[in-house]
Design a protein around this ligand. Structure first.
Ligand SMILES: Nc1ncnc2c1ncn2[C@@H]1O[C@H](COP(=O)(O)OP(=O)(O)O)[C@@H](O)[C@H]1O
Ligand SMILES: N[C@@H](CC(=O)OP(=O)(O)O)C(=O)O
Length: 430
């Protein structure tokens, strides 16, 4: 059994979906559990629906939803060559459910509504891919992953109930392979014990695939990407990047944790725990070797690995009366960050100060600053970049920090992290 994950980029057009079909056909006779994400940028579009609904701009929300529906129905018609197929009733049902939600008064949390609305991206994309595959002779079963992935009700970042889910994988998923070699499931979503839909955090489909691989004791997981493999930096941000043929789980978990966009950080643990190798392959050219991530990878020749996280904010907290920021105060501060669901990307503390860098998420930051302000003086600085380099070399660091002012810096033997802002030359006019 192999687990494949296809992300939004590989499903963003008719041609790409057909191409995904060709990739799958290159594995005849293999049992494949396929995890798919929402098509293209549908998740971002659905986020706008959720935001407008919550701001009570119902008409805008309904119009945005209608546009998404039209795009998907049109694409499905093209793929199937007809508009008469049970798929269209299935799609209609998914859209009607969200329309009902949009008809409600938002009396629960934003995160709850977000999950009810945004989860639809994966449901409609997998329904279309599954119907198209069957139509193209690639026999498969469509699985509603919400019947299998049981979670808590931490909406937008739900935690998986491992025992329940393992049991459901055994009783629901494994038998599906009795009559077909291919099962297609949604990434990124799950369900609570109250049957309320949840999401697992942005870009969480990699993680879904990792959990499936673990629970099915798969021989491998492959993430199909629009790049040649796992590179030493994001090729969209840096020139002259190179593919890394093999790398260890621990290197990748560090990079993903520091913000490398290529793999969701939670993906590694379920794979590492069962020593299941993770392949990053190019869906544009399946014959390229790509990257293998495994425990015993040869990492002697690793180049510097670079992660750049943009749109960062520096939060600086000071005690009001020159009281020391000691362990108890730091613990209070962390408690506040945790309650506001804000992840700290880098932190440093001094005698009476605590500074940290977080992603710029305006609604969370507003709440956070309010909460911190009760006991501390708080300042913040936006528009920053967090650069992380593993296996750094001084010359490269000089190059990467040219024209940058460094606000926070942390170095260990292997890793350097710099919070930076574009330096404004003296005398220049803003
Ligand atoms: N270290 C890296 N190696 C390769 N690609 C990377 C890396 N870091 C970021 N990326 C980006 O990840 C993108 C592919 O992932 P993504 O857009 O998430 O695809 P999908 O949505 O299909 O999963 C690439 O186009 C590339 O810009
Ligand atoms: N669709 C979700 C989940 C996901 O993992 O997507 P992708 O595989 O396209 O990164 C998101 O965009 O967050």
């Amino acid at each position: 059994m192999k687990v494949f994950k296809f992300g939004g980029a590989s499903l963003e057009s008719i041609e790409r979906i057909q191409h995904v079909g060709k990739i799958v056909q290159a594995f005849p006779g293999e049992k494949l559990l396929i995890v798919a994400s929402a098509m293209g940028k549908t998740t971002n579009e659905l986020e706008k629906v959720a935001q407008n609904f919550f701001m009570r701009k119902r008409e805008i929300a309904a119009q945005l939803l209608y546009n998404i529906e039209q795009q998907h129905v049109h694409l499905a018609e093209q793929l199937l060559g007809t508009n008469e197929h049970p798929l269209f009733t299935q799609l209609q049902q998914f859209f009607t459910e969200v329309e009902w939600t949009l008809g409600e008064k938002p009396i629960r949390t934003y995160d709850y509504y977000y999950d009810q609305i945004v989860s639809m991206g994966e449901l409609i994309s997998t329904a279309i891919v599954s119907a198209y595959f069957n139509h193209a002779g690639i026999s498969n079963n469509w699985l509603d992953v919400r019947d299998v992935f049981r979670t808590d009700d931490n909406f937008r970042d739900a935690n998986i109930d491992w025992d329940y889910t393992q049991n459901a994988v055994n009783t629901i998923v494994k038998p599906l392979f009795n009559n077909s070699n291919i099962v297609i499931a949604q990434g990124f979503i799950g369900s609570t014990d109250q049957n309320e839909t949840v999401t697992l955090g942005r870009e969480g489909s990699d993680y879904t695939a990792g959990v499936f691989a673990n629970m099915l004791d798969a021989e491998s997981q492959t993430i199909w990407k629009d790049v040649e493999g796992f590179k030493n930096a994001d090729p969209k941000l840096f020139p002259n990047t190179v593919v890394i043929p093999e790398i260890t789980f621990s290197e990748v978990i560090e990079l993903a944790y520091y913000g490398a966009q290529v793999i969701h950080p939670k993906t590694i643990k379920p794979l590492q725990n069962k020593q299941i190798p993770l392949y990053v392959k190019c869906f544009l050219d399946k014959d390229l070797p790509g990257t293998v991530i495994k425990e015993d990878a040869d990492v002697k020749k690793l180049p510097p690995l670079i992660v750049l996280k943009k749109n960062q904010v520096l939060i600086s907290v000071k005690s009001r009366n020159y009281a020391f920021i000691t362990e108890d105060k730091i613990s209070d501060i962390y408690e506040i960050f945790h309650a506001c669901k804000v992840k700290i990307n880098l932190m440093q503390n001094g005698a009476i100060s605590f500074s940290c860098c977080i992603d710029n998420n305006p609604d969370k930051i507003e709440l956070l600053i309010k909460a911190l302000h009760v006991d501390f003086k708080v300042k913040y600085n936006e528009g920053l970049e967090l650069l992380t380099v593993r296996h750094y070399q001084p010359e490269l660091l000089r190059e990467l920090t040219t024209d940058r002012q460094i606000l926070l810096e942390q170095r260990s033997l292997k890793t350097v992290q710099l919070l930076m802002k574009l330096a404004v030359a003296e005398g220049s006019v803003l």
